[in-house]
Design a binder for this molecule. Structure first.
Ligand SMILES: O=C(O)CCC(=O)C(=O)O
Ligand SMILES: [Fe+2]
Length: 258
């Protein structure tokens, strides 16, 4: 019997983009109707579910993440559907994804370059909804140095040397796409989204995987056409939602066991 669409595993090698190990970009990972369904649930929750930050707002699902693990809360069925699909089709998670952050960004909002916390299994899966934007990966040589228990001095030096010729790179994230980052992209790089309406496309490594991306009306009004070619920018006009899906391996059944 043939595996159903849901059970089919992706050949991830086909979706690796750029030269930084390892960035995986899967266009149209979800269908338009799956997107509509997710948005319906996301915007149906009580207002109190949203937590407003300076530069975006978010919903936290799956429980509270501490440095030492997760105080779990079951994911709702509409999220389990999507996290199950990610686990099944990527085969990258040793057990079920148990934590989802939903971020909402207005066209001039973003997220500071950061590394995800130590409690997470080092594979991150992000689904994008509604509107495209650019996510940037930048090397951070000091990251390992901050944690001397983890690496010997020699190892740190090798890492720093390697970082000298490491380059920034960016990915264009289209609605309905899935991005996965792991390995060095997780451990030695920061990721962030510029909090501006204009996003540079210059370092984007997956533009050929985004055939439906149209650059119409994306340029600042006053730009000359030669500038446009050189600067290669995209103007964001709509809200974008993302679902950051992760696994916390250490799960605490009650507070006192911490
Ligand atoms: O919205 C995104 O694509 C990135 C979100 C993110 O980095 C995070 O939730 O840690
Ligand atoms: Fe992050």
């Amino acid at each position: 019997m043939e595996a159903s669409e849901e059970e089919k595993q992706l050949d991830l090698d086909e979706f690796v983009v750029g030269s930084l190990p390892t960035l995986i970009y899967v266009p149209n990972f979800i269908s338009d109707s799956e997107q509509t369904d997710l948005l319906h649930h996301i915007y149906q929750v009580p207002a109190s579910r949203w937590k407003s930050l300076k530069n975006r707002r978010l919903q936290n699902w799956g429980g509270v993440v501490h440095e030492k693990g997760l105080l779990p809360q079951e994911l709702p069925p509409w999220l389990r559907k999507i996290t199950h699909k990610i686990c099944q089709q990527t085969g990258l998670f040793p057990s079920a994804i148990n934590h989802v952050l939903i971020n909402e960004y207005l066209p001039d909002q973003g997220i500071m370059p950061h590394q995800d916390g130590p409690a997470y299994f080092p594979v991150v899966a992000i689904i994008s909804l509604m509107s495209p934007l650019v996510i940037d990966f930048t090397p951070h040589p000091r990251l390992r140095k901050l944690n001397p228990d983890e690496t010997t001095t020699e190892e740190s030096e090798v890492i720093c040397e390697k970082n000298d010729d490491r380059k920034d790179c960016s990915l264009l994230l289209m609605p309905c796409s899935l991005i996965i980052f792991k390995d060095e992209a997780y451990s030695d790089y920061l990721h962030g989204i510029q909090d501006s309406q204009l996003h540079s496309l210059r370092k984007v490594v997956n533009i050929t995987r985004c055939p439906e991306f149209k650059q119409t009306n994306t340029f600042p009004e006053k730009m000359e056409s030669s500038d446009i070619e050189q600067s290669n920018v995209y103007r964001r006009t709509n809200t974008r939602i993302s679902l950051t899906c992760r696994l916390v391996l250490k799960v605490h059944k009650n507070l006192f066991k911490f």
